[in-house]
Design a protein around this ligand. Structure first.
Ligand code: ZN
Length: 295
C-alpha cells in the first residue's frame, strides 16, 4: 500500500489495526484448535468406555451380553411357566378322561347342530324326531341323504357295491334289538339278567341311546361274500370322510363310547367335521369336548 500521501499518525493507526487483526486471527485459531482436540478426546473416550462396558458384560456372563442374558432369563421364566402349564394340563386331561365316559352332553345337545349331537350310553335323545328320507331302500335322516347317495354312487363308479343293512330305527325297533341282544347273552352264558344287560350294552344301545334313533348312522353291508366285505370296508374307510362319515366305534374308545368295535357302523357328522375328527384321531365325544369348549 502506498502511505506517502498519509500522515504519520494515520499510518500508525493503520499499522495498529493490522496488528489487531493478526492477533485476533491467532486467538480464534487457538480456540478452534483446542475445541477440536477436546471434541476428539471426548468422542474417543465415549467409544473406549463402551468397549470396556461390552467387554465387562462378556466377562460376567461367559459368552453373552447383558441384554442377551436378560432375554434368556425371560425365556427361561416363560419355559418354566409353560412346563407348569403342561403339568396342569396333564392333570386336567386325566381328570377329563374319567369324566368323559359319563359326561352329560345334555346342554351341548340342546345347542349343537344335528350332525354333532351326542347320543350314547349316557346320553339319550328320546324326543328327537328326524326328518326322514329313503336311500338305498332304508330310511335315514334327510340331512345326510345327499352325501350318502353321492358316496354309494362314487363307490359304484369304482366297482364297489355298498349296501345298507340299517339306517333309522324307531324306538320300538331299538327296544326289540336290545331285548334280543340281552336274550342272546342269557343263552350264551350270562349268569343273570343284570350280567346279560351289562354285556349286551357294549354291543347294542338301549332304546333312545342309539345313533340309529336320530337316523344319522348307517350300518353298511356287503352284497355278497366276505371278500367283498373287505374290499367294501377298505373303500369306505378310505373315502367315508369325503362324504361326511366317520367310523364311530373302535375297541380302543370303548371306555368312552361304551360300545365295542363296530367296523360297519358309520356316523354322519358332515364333511368338514369328518375330516377334522379323523385327523384328530379320537372319538366323537372327545372331539366335541375339545373343540366346543365344554369345559
Ligand atoms: Zn349301527
Amino acid at each position: 500500500m502506498n502511505y506517502k500521501h498519509l500522515r504519520n499518525e494515520d499510518i500508525r493507526k493503520i499499522e495498529n489495526f493490522r496488528n489487531f487483526k493478526t492477533q485476533t486471527k491467532k486467538i480464534i485459531s487457538f480456540f478452534v484448535c483446542v475445541f477440536s482436540i477436546v471434541l476428539f478426546a471426548l468422542v474417543g473416550f465415549f467409544y473406549f468406555y463402551n468397549y470396556i462396558d461390552y467387554d465387562k458384560n462378556i466377562k460376567t456372563t461367559g459368552t453373552k451380553t447383558a441384554i442377551e442374558e436378560k432375554y434368556d432369563n425371560t425365556e427361561n421364566k416363560n419355559l418354566n411357566h409353560l412346563e407348569e402349564n403342561q403339568e396342569e394340563q396333564k392333570i386336567i386331561e386325566s381328570k377329563k378322561k374319567d369324566e368323559i365316559n359319563s359326561y352329560d352332553f345334555k346342554n351341548w345337545n340342546e345347542k349343537a347342530p344335528e350332525e354333532l349331537k351326542i347320543i350314547n350310553h349316557f346320553n339319550s335323545l328320546e324326543d328327537f324326531e328326524p326328518k326322514l328320507k329313503i336311500v338305498a331302500g332304508k330310511k335315514i335322516n334327510a340331512l345326510m341323504a345327499k352325501d350318502l347317495e353321492n358316496m354309494i354312487e362314487s363307490a359304484r363308479k369304482q366297482d364297489i357295491k355298498i349296501c345298507i343293512s340299517s339306517g333309522y330305527r324307531t324306538y320300538e325297533e331299538q327296544k326289540k334289538i336290545y331285548e334280543s341282544a340281552v336274550f342272546q347273552e342269557l343263552i350264551h352264558g350270562a349268569e343273570n339278567q343284570e350280567e346279560a344287560e351289562k354285556k349286551a350294552l357294549f354291543k347294542n344301545a338301549k332304546p333312545a341311546h342309539s345313533e340309529h334313533n336320530i337316523g344319522l348312522a348307517v350300518d353298511f353291508e356287503p352284497p355278497e361274500n366276505n371278500e367283498t366285505k373287505e374290499t367294501m370296508l377298505a373303500w369306505i374307510l378310505k373315502h367315508a370322510e369325503e362324504f361326511g362319515f366317520i367310523q364311530r366305534y373302535k375297541d380302543k374308545w370303548a371306555n368312552i363310547t361304551h360300545t365295542n368295535d363296530k367296523p360297519l357302523h358309520f356316523r354322519y357328522v358332515g364333511i368338514k367335521n369328518a375330516q377334522k375328527i379323523n385327523k384328530f384321531g379320537k372319538s366323537l365325544e372327545e372331539y366335541v369336548i375339545k373343540n366346543q369348549n365344554l369345559y
